[in-house]
Design a binder for this molecule. Structure first.
Ligand SMILES: NC(=O)c1ccc[n+]([C@@H]2O[C@H](COP(=O)([O-])OP(=O)(O)OC[C@H]3O[C@@H](n4cnc5c(N)ncnc54)[C@H](O)[C@@H]3O)[C@@H](O)[C@H]2O)c1
Length: 416
């Protein structure tokens, strides 16, 4: 069997452009380069089968290759049918990674891809949004017992895994990468902040300055999305349900109000809550003609498509990746990337330097969970790994920092 025959990709002939993309991100991911070297020497994953489910673009591809360099046999599926890049998938298949993904997969095809990475019979997992965990626990309980452990990438996945752990059904240990400081402080905030506007601008080719942007959800991602919108010259309104985060947004200088009040004011709406139907029919009915709706949360359920479809008298593509919903009174609402996360389904995702930190956590977390005896359940990434990743980041920038003297350490630890 050739490498390409072990994979399901759109067109294996696309691999040169995928290789080029991987080479570009590799040049900007010094932490992963360092880990690739270490793993190649130490072979922490020798003989182990690892299945990954992540947005399949160049940065993820490089992570897969780093894990492969550590001795693993790797299978990968995309974590969203619109974020898979076919040339990158082809490049991975050529490099001997079992790749099951293509852009625009139907729901059935997408599920087949996820099942294929599980048919690979992995001992270790890298999951995103807990899709693999859900299939394992719902349909394959016997296989779930054979998983030695893994890492989960995002907030939504951690919420789902925590629910499983609380019910006492999670069969294997998972490290929550998103809960590491070096993940959510940088990836969710600065990564989502920048890449949402990158995806938005390249898809719409419209200006942000002078517009009113409504950010629904002021969590780690929402803080970044709001800050960068302001930096681009927008007036920003924040909608929240958590009073503490609403106070935080107000003290940052944003207007804070309920969605129904913000609806007639906004030109652009970005949801980033991890929740369902946070923009719903009543709000849509109040929006201006031409309002643009995008989602940056993990699943495509944040903007209620059933409500939008129910209100629309016609739907057509206004531009690639933008659907125009015409309402009865003639108003038009635009939805980007079918409501899937705008930075990945309408862009290239987070910048490489940001994902370098996140994926360093993934690589070190996977080694940690597969070489130590963690009990089944959801665990934090150990603090020393978080600190190691921050130190690697600083070293890669040539930044040195001060150290506490013995006297200062003793002073900080004493109470007198
Ligand atoms: N697009 C990306 O690249 C990317 C990156 C990281 C995380 N994510 C995803 O983005 C989502 C948010 O992640 P986060 O780390 O910011 O989570 P978070 O938990 O820090 O923040 C979510 C916020 O949304 C608020 N919220 C929930 N329901 C709401 C509602 N109905 N109206 C208004 N506010 C509401 C919560 O109170 C909370 O403050 C998750 O789905 C996560 O998986 C996406």
């Amino acid at each position: 069997m050739t490498a390409s025959q072990q994979s399901m990709v759109r067109d294996i002939g696309l691999h040169p452009s995928g290789e080029q993309k991987i080479a570009w991100v590799k040049a900007h991911m010094p932490l992963l380069r360092q880990l690739e070297e270490t793993f190649r020497k130490e072979q922490p994953f020798a003989g182990k089968r690892i299945s990954m489910c992540l947005h399949l673009e160049a940065k993820t591809a490089y992570l897969a290759l780093v894990i492969q360099a550590g001795g693993a046999e790797v299978a990968i599926a995309g974590s969203n049918p619109l974020s898979t890049q076919d040339d990158v998938a082809a490049a991975l298949a050529v490099r001997g990674v079992h790749t099951y993904a293509w852009h625009g997969a139907t729901e059935d095809e997408y599920n087949m891809h996820l099942r294929s990475v599980l048919d690979f019979d992995p001992v270790g997992l890298i999951d995103d949004g807990a899709d693999l965990a859900t299939i394992l626990h719902r349909d394959r309980p016997e296989q779930a017992k054979r998983i030695a452990g893994g890492c989960e990438e995002t907030t939504t996945g951690i919420v789902r895994l925590r629910a499983m752990a609380n019910e006492g059904i999670l069969q294997y240990p998972m490290l929550g990468v998103n809960d590491a400081l070096c993940k959510h402080l940088f990836d969710n905030r600065y990564g989502t902040g920048q890449s949402v506007w990158d995806g938005f601008m390249r898809t719409t080719n419209l200006v942000i300055a002078g517009k009113t942007v409504v950010v629904v959800g002021y969590g780690w991602c929402g803080k970044g999305v709001a800050a960068r919108a302001r930096g681009l010259g927008a007036q920003v309104i924040v909608c929240e349900v958590d009073p503490i985060r609403a106070v935080e947004a107000a003290m940052e200088g944003y207007a804070v109000m309920p969605l129904l009040e913000a609806a007639p004011r906004g030109d652009i709406f970005i949801t980033v809550t991890g929740n369902k139907y946070v923009i719903y029919g009543e709000a849509m009915k109040r929006m201006k003609d031409g309002a643009i709706l995008g989602n940056a949360g993990h699943f495509d359920v944040e903007v209620s498509k059933p409500d939008l479809e129910g209100l629309a008298v016609s739907v057509h593509q206004a531009r690639p990746n933008i659907d125009e919903y015409r309402l009865q009174d003639g108003r038009r609402l635009y939805l980007i990337a079918e409501g899937r996360l705008v930075n990945l389904a309408a862009g290239d995702g987070h910048p490489a330097e940001v994902m370098d930190m996140t994926f360093a956590l993934q690589a070190l977390g996977l080694r940690e969970v597969l070489t130590n005896n963690y009990a089944p359940g959801l665990h934090r990434i150990p603090e020393h790994i978080d600190r190691e990743v921050a130190q690697m980041r600083l070293r890669s920038w040539g930044i040195e920092i001060d150290r506490l003297t013995l006297e200062q350490r003793q002073y900080a630890e004493s109470w007198q």
